[in-house]
Design a protein around this ligand. Structure first.
Ligand code: GLN
Length: 461
């Protein structure tokens, strides 16, 4: 049941927000073994539900009155802990709401709880959470994807209407694909990052999961836009092509690195579905795709090593008093898991004076080329189609070495590198019944067009 449908029933009094919230709370409780939530605000949600019902009764409802939202645990919600699924921040309570949360609450939405994730949003499987992995709702032996795995499972299995995640290199689109929901990574700057714990600031964006594109569009219009608290946020007109048919570039089959056969078959069907929409579909080879993953992991780790330096046991984060050595080393050793430590070390290395030019400067140059290639592509076509992931949801423990895990982000990182918006949409399932996700990318400011087109496509899948 989408919020768009229920809202009418709330307004006519045939159902209540209170009952709806109770339904969400009981589905969360019944599926607690999935480990999708790190905190559930039962009292707060019930209290707000009563207020929403009063507003509906008196005709004073706001645009999202009674909509239930789940929030990734790296986005601040006042009154609830923010842990980033790390021991480093265990027990931390933020003193303010993220801007996106403030806007949701002002519009009448109800934040039902905080969702599990990979530690500090580093991962593609939700196995790096310090509080245990999230399980795929359709097959508990499989991963839901990451790093926003809890938000994906919450949206896919009826624990909220819409959930918030963050996408630095695919952390919304990849779990959305694995779990069978829509997943939007907006244009860089369209949603305020104020109150999002930074991983790699030039790549991070807050975005949305939903099984309903209408619900996603409603939330997007409420929370996007300029925020004086985030100097990278912008206000501007959505990009549109008007009435003419869309021109869509499709990554050629020869560029589908690492895809299994079922994904290749689904992609071929996806291209047909794009054409069936009335779009003109042309093959577009995307230049420099071999540089996407190395560029992303150099830039993301460099920025992470700087952003996470504040968690030193003195100014912020867990403090471990060392018998020998210093507090900072002891605190960071105890507070950060293996993947976070690996990224900090790699990032420190690529920024070190002897290697800065060879790695970080080179990666910045590669970033420019990747962005320029997209500018060129979007001079020729309106949107670009490719798969979201090379495979469907894999088994927990299947990717033991970090590089094979990192390679699973092949199709998602380039949108973050270029700052462009991208959406993953559910497009059928594999032989085991696991969801398949397909992706659409667009030029800056095409978020609305991406959502509208994804909605039309999903109906044909
Ligand atoms: N999977 C990617 C990584 O591990 C992306 C993470 C993200 O988008 N937060 O860095």
């Amino acid at each position: 049941m989408t919020f768009t449908d229920t809202r009418t029933a709330f307004a006519s009094g045939t159902s209540s927000v209170n009952d709806s919230v109770d339904g969400f709370l009981s589905r969360i409780a019944a599926q607690s073994e999935l480990n999708a939530f790190l905190a559930v605000d039962t009292d707060g949600a019930q209290r707000q539900a009563l207020e929403s019902d009063e507003r509906y009764a008196s005709g004073l409802q706001r645009p999202l009155e009674g909509m239930v939202i789940a929030v990734k645990d790296n986005i601040h919600v006042k009154g609830l802990p923010t842990t980033c699924a790390s021991r480093m921040l265990e027990g931390f309570q933020p003193l303010f709401n993220a801007t996106v949360i403030e806007r949701l609450i002002d519009a009448g939405a109800i934040c039902i709880g905080k969702t599990n994730m990979d530690e500090f949003a580093m991962g593609s499987s939700n196995e790096t959470s310090a509080f245990g992995p999230v399980h795929h709702h359709l097959d508990h032996a499989r991963v839901p994807g990451g790093s926003s795995g809890g938000s994906a499972v919450a949206a896919a299995s009826g624990m909220c209407h819409v959930s918030l995640g963050s996408d630095t290199g695919g952390s919304i689109r990849q779990p959305a694909a694995f779990c069978g929901t829509f997943g939007l990574k907006p244009t860089y700057g369209r949603m305020s990052r104020y109150g999002l714990v930074a991983f790699a600031s030039s790549l991070d964006q807050i975005g949305l999961f939903s099984t309903s594109i209408d619900d996603m569009q409603d939330v997007f219009s409420v929370i996007s836009g300029h925020d004086p608290m985030d100097s990278t946020s912008t206000q501007g007109a959505p990009w549109s092509v008007g009435e003419r048919p869309l021109r869509i570039g499709a990554m050629p089959m020869s560029q589908l690195t690492g895809c299994d056969q079922q994904m290749i078959d689904a992609y071929s069907a996806y291209r047909d579905a794009l054409a069936a929409l009335g779009a003109e579909v042309v093959d577009i080879t995307v230049p420099h795709s071999e540089t996407w993953i190395p560029t992303y992991f150099i830039l993301a780790t460099a920025e992470a090593s700087s952003n996470l330096a504040r968690f030193d046991g003195v100014r912020f984060g867990l403090r471990v008093d060392a018998e020998h050595g210093d507090i900072t080393t002891a605190s960071r050793t105890a507070g950060f898991g293996a993947e976070v430590q690996r990224r900090i070390m790699l990032g420190t290395y690529v920024l070190s004076s002897g290697y800065h030019d060879a790695y970080y400067t080179k990666a910045q140059q590669a970033r420019r080329r990747i962005s320029d290639a997209y500018t060129d592509i979007f001079g020729r076509v309106d949107l670009l189609a490719m798969p979201t992931t090379p495979t469907t949801a894999f088994e927990r423990g299947a990717k033991k070495d970090p590089v094979s895990m990192w390679l699973s982000d092949y199709f998602t990182v380039s949108a973050n590198i270029a700052g462009i918006p991208a959406i993953s949409l559910p497009f059928g399932s594999d032989a085991a019944g696991l969801p398949i996700g397909m992706q659409l990318q667009g030029p800056m400011w095409s978020d609305e067009l991406l959502m509208a087109t994804a909605g039309r496509l999903a109906r044909t899948a």
